[in-house]
Design a protein around this ligand. Structure first.
Ligand SMILES: Cc1cc2nc3c(=O)[nH]c(=O)nc-3n(C[C@H](O)[C@H](O)[C@H](O)COP(=O)(O)O)c2cc1C
Length: 435
């Protein structure tokens, strides 16, 4: 019998406070996460468990999407405080050896030259372990921090992103192999014949180049992308090394994966070079009863949890949910923000209150509630039915949760032979594409 297929694993989080309302975070740590040490501990646990990468989400605003004020956002620290993941990356790199580090940066706000230069620098600092979560952003509030009144229209954001990627790839390629000579005999550090401007003039960007950094170990960062709309999928299929997918349930997961692979083929790519990673929020505890109880609490959120959830949804969609009757059926809502997120939310059906309860557990397959061994077995089964390629874990935020998932769940997956036991390569991309 052939060995079981292994899955890739990442963990989705942001550079913010730990899960400070749980009993597993001290008062001191609720305040002092800003020096990066908490995330260092976190990524070390992940590396011990041989995960592919830590993914740091990002946004650039304090949201007033709920009741028109910043109160809910700040009170519950939903979008702020959130520190810059790009600046955290070298700290994490310095404390680890093999795991990938993915930072989010928006094509709507970064100038391409600045992004290309920063990514190249941190790819050097990490010795080839950097990934870029390519996002186009979804909030007018963020756009207003960058000189815009509103965000560009949804599909137009992806048109800009396509050109953005073309520009940064041009810049990363503006130094040919062998450019660095460091030849003492001739006193030549860089061979000027191997470095050239790109003279890009497109619809959205005008960039001369060349880049002023040396080519980095990976050449370019590993690309992650999470577009769920048809335009987003098209972008992902064209560029991404790993696509994050929010679909739940085997048929929807399969549909997404098959669709992205078909689109990738149309771009002349090998579909196996595009890894589809499904978001999951497993609920793991020492006994099934305890896990089940936690799951039920998530499904029946407290008033605070409802406010938190609607605050999030308001920020993502720019819809003020405090104006929607919580006990009336959800009508047709439109957004220029996270379109797929809104469709998924309204698709949960029922009233706003009911949808909010379901939303809290939207990434939890009910079979992924139990002991580490039970959840690992259920994950392996679903994974085989879908056909690949891995999971992006979400949730956590206390050391207890980190241990439950790395030592517990991933330990059980390792016992089943479903995850790597060692990192086989030095570069993040090579480990991601190894199986
Ligand atoms: C797991 C996950 C993480 C995401 N992280 C970010 C992020 O850090 N910043 C951001 O602006 N958008 C983020 N997004 C939003 C996506 O980039 C994208 O806009 C969203 O999935 C909707 O897809 P669509 O724009 O194709 O409709 C994330 C989405 C998902 C599902």
């Amino acid at each position: 019998m052939s060995a079981p297929r292994r899955m890739h694993l990442g963990w989705f989080m942001n550079f913010t406070r730990p899960a400070w309302t749980t009993p597993w975070v001290s008062d001191a740590e609720a305040r002092e996460w800003t020096d990066g040490e908490y995330h260092v501990d976190w990524i070390r646990a992940m590396e011990r468990a041989k995960l592919d990468f830590m993914m740091l989400e990002d946004s650039s605003m304090v949201s007033d999407g709920f009741r028109g004020t910043m109160d809910a956002d700040l009170k519950h620290s939903l979008y702020a405080p959130k520190h810059d993941p790009l600046a955290l990356a070298p700290v994490l790199a310095r404390e680890t050896r093999n795991i990938g580090i993915v930072v989010t940066a928006s094509t709507s706000f970064y100038p391409p030259f600045l992004l290309a230069r920063s990514m190249s620098t941190i790819d050097h600092l990490s010795r080839g372990r950097i990934g870029w979560n390519i996002v186009t952003s979804s909030e007018d509030r963020a756009a207003q921090n960058f000189g815009l009144d509103t965000l560009y229209e949804h599909d137009a954001r992806y048109d800009r992103a396509d050109e953005f990627v073309e520009v940064v790839e041009g810049l990363w390629g503006s130094w040919k192999p062998g450019a660095l000579v460091a030849d003492r005999a001739t006193g030549t550090y860089v061979d000027a014949s191997r470095v050239a401007p790109i003279h890009h003039e497109g619809r959205f960007y005008k960039v001369r180049g060349p880049l002023n950094t040396l080519p980095s170990p990976q050449g370019r960062p590993v690309y992650l992308q999470a577009g769920g709309s048809p335009r987003g999928r098209e972008f992902a299929a064209r560029h991404a090394d790993a696509v994050i997918c929010a679909a739940q349930g085997v048929p929807a997961m399969r549909e997404f994966r098959d669709d992205v692979r078909t689109r990738a083929k149309a771009y002349g790519r090998d579909p196996d070079d595009v890894k589809v990673m499904f978001i999951t929020l497993p609920v793991v505890a020492a006994s099934r009863r305890e896990a089940q109880q936690l799951f039920e609490e998530m499904q029946n959120p407290s008033e605070t949890a409802v406010e938190i959830s609607l605050g999030h949804m308001g920020a993502l969609t720019e819809i003020d949910f405090s104006t929607v009757d919580p006990d009336a059926p959800l009508g047709d809502l439109q957004t220029n923000g996270h379109r797929t997120t809104l469709e998924k939310f309204t698709g949960l059906g029922g009233t706003l209150r009911e949808a909010t309860g379901r939303w809290a557990t939207r990434y939890t397959n009910p079979a992924f509630v139990g002991t580490p061994d039970e959840v690992a077995a259920a994950m392996a089964e679903e994974f085989d039915e879908v056909g690949g390629d891995g999971y992006l874990i979400t949730g956590g935020g206390s050391r207890r949760a980190i241990a439950e998932l790395t030592d517990g769940l991933v330990g059980s997956l390792s016992d089943l032979g479903r995850v790597r036991r060692t990192y086989e390569h030095d570069l993040f991309r090579d480990n991601l594409l190894a199986f």
